[in-house]
Design a protein around this ligand. Structure first.
Ligand SMILES: NC(=O)c1ccc[n+]([C@@H]2O[C@H](COP(=O)([O-])OP(=O)(O)OC[C@H]3O[C@@H](n4cnc5c(N)ncnc54)[C@H](O)[C@@H]3O)[C@@H](O)[C@H]2O)c1
Length: 339
């Protein structure tokens, strides 16, 4: 089976989708759409595909099985719902929408039209994260104490519609929930706006999760070098993932004979450092392979609307905590409100 796929929005992310889709199996990249003629010319150069100025015309004419929604976040609702009403499944770039209310509208249309939604929380497909998740699920760290995510870099002038929490921290919120298989119960946050004209561009947040772990998020668009890291500390040591180099490292807690009493760790001693072999893979390719096989096999993609909505709700709570200075308490029923 071969899926007919279209890409809407040919900016930074849409260009990557177009490149990867062009040589994936079980896919015909049939058409692309963007009002910008330069973006269309770049995407079609050397490729046999139709380019449209108006994405609605593309949806009317191309009978697509899957549409990639890579327009600015504030347009996700309009474009994704139109694509699903035209009969296509959708892969929506992260975050699923600019607000929780818009995300719920997208999800309602998917249910009404019987279409699948995948959301581009691409870090789930980083091979170092995949390897870390497997090791945590096997209990290699024992009880998890804390997770510290650092995602920093220069200001991206093209992101105008949302702030750094909705745009970037949603990656780290999603990865925190995924790695710990738990949800936040209490949120403290400080945000600031230094360069962005309308939204926050710096976040320091502290969250307590239901598994009793503390999660610290340092995310900003103000750092002149790109840092993308997550550390997870537990009874048996600390794992570190560098998303950019796809490296997974363990700093072991060298437990002495008397370091554990009745299975409870009572000391921390510096031990071995182990760098695990991780087979490199482009996360976007792994993400698209998952979405394509999910549609062909009629199963849910790895990252669907529930996870994406949850990440967005938590991001909205962080924005609110940063704005008001209040501590936000999330009750289990709020966190799990959407099945
Ligand atoms: N997964 C990731 O790591 C990742 C990275 C970057 C961006 N993103 C997400 O991808 C989305 C796009 O971000 P970007 O960085 O590519 O932005 P961008 O500004 O580089 O590109 C957006 C493109 O959409 C086009 N566009 C605007 N209105 C349109 C319309 N009505 N129809 C068709 N095209 C239209 C613009 O002309 C532009 O070419 C955002 O939601 C962003 O959050 C995800």
């Amino acid at each position: 089976m071969t899926l007919r796929v279209g890409v809407i929005g040919l900016g930074l992310m849409g260009r990557h989708h177009t490149r990867v889709l062009h040589d994936l199996e079980h896919v015909t990249l049939a058409a692309v759409a963007d009002p910008d003629p330069l973006a269309r010319a770049r995407a079609t150069r050397g490729r046999d595909l139709h380019a449209y100025e108006d994405y609605r015309q593309m949806l009317d004419q191309e009978h697509l099985d899957l549409t990639i929604v890579a327009v600015p976040t504030s347009l996700h609702r309009e474009v994704a719902t139109t694509a699903m009403r035209a009969g296509a499944h959708v892969l929506i770039e992260k975050p699923i929408a600019a607000t929780g209310a818009e995300a719920l509208e997208i999800i309602a249309v998917a249910q009404e039209c019987g279409r699948r939604i995948a959301v581009g929380h691409i870090e789930r497909f980083n091979p170092a994260v995949v390897a870390l998740k497997q090791r945590l699920a096997r209990g290699e760290l024992g009880k998890v104490f804390r997770l510290h995510a650092r995602r920093m870099g220069p200001f991206p002038a093209r992101i105008r519609d949302v702030g750094v929490v909705i745009d970037l921290a949603t990656h780290d919120i999603d990865i925190s929930r995924y790695l710990m298989a738990s949800e936040p119960t209490r949120i403290y946050a400080e945000t600031a706006r230094r360069i962005h004209t309308d939204h926050e561009d710096m976040l320091s947040a502290l969250l307590r999760f239901g598994n009793d772990a503390l999660v610290q998020l340092d995310v900003n668009w103000l750092t002149p070098t790109k840092i993308r890291e997550v550390n997870v500390t537990g009874e048996r040591g600390m794992f570190t993932v560098n998303y950019l180099t796809q490296e997974l490292t363990l700093f072991e807690n060298n437990l002495p004979e008397d370091g554990a009493v009745d299975n409870a760790v009572i000391s921390v001693v510096e031990g071995k450092m182990v760098r695990f072999r991780v087979e490199p893979k482009e996360p976007l390719r792994a993400e698209l392979e998952d979405v394509i096989s999910a549609i062909i096999e009629g199963r849910a993609p790895l990252v669907g609307p529930r996870d994406a909505y949850q990440a967005l709700m938590i991001a909205e709570a962080i924005v609110s905590a940063g704005r008001t200075g209040d501590v936000v308490t999330m009750l289990p029923h709020e966190v799990l409100a959407f099945a």
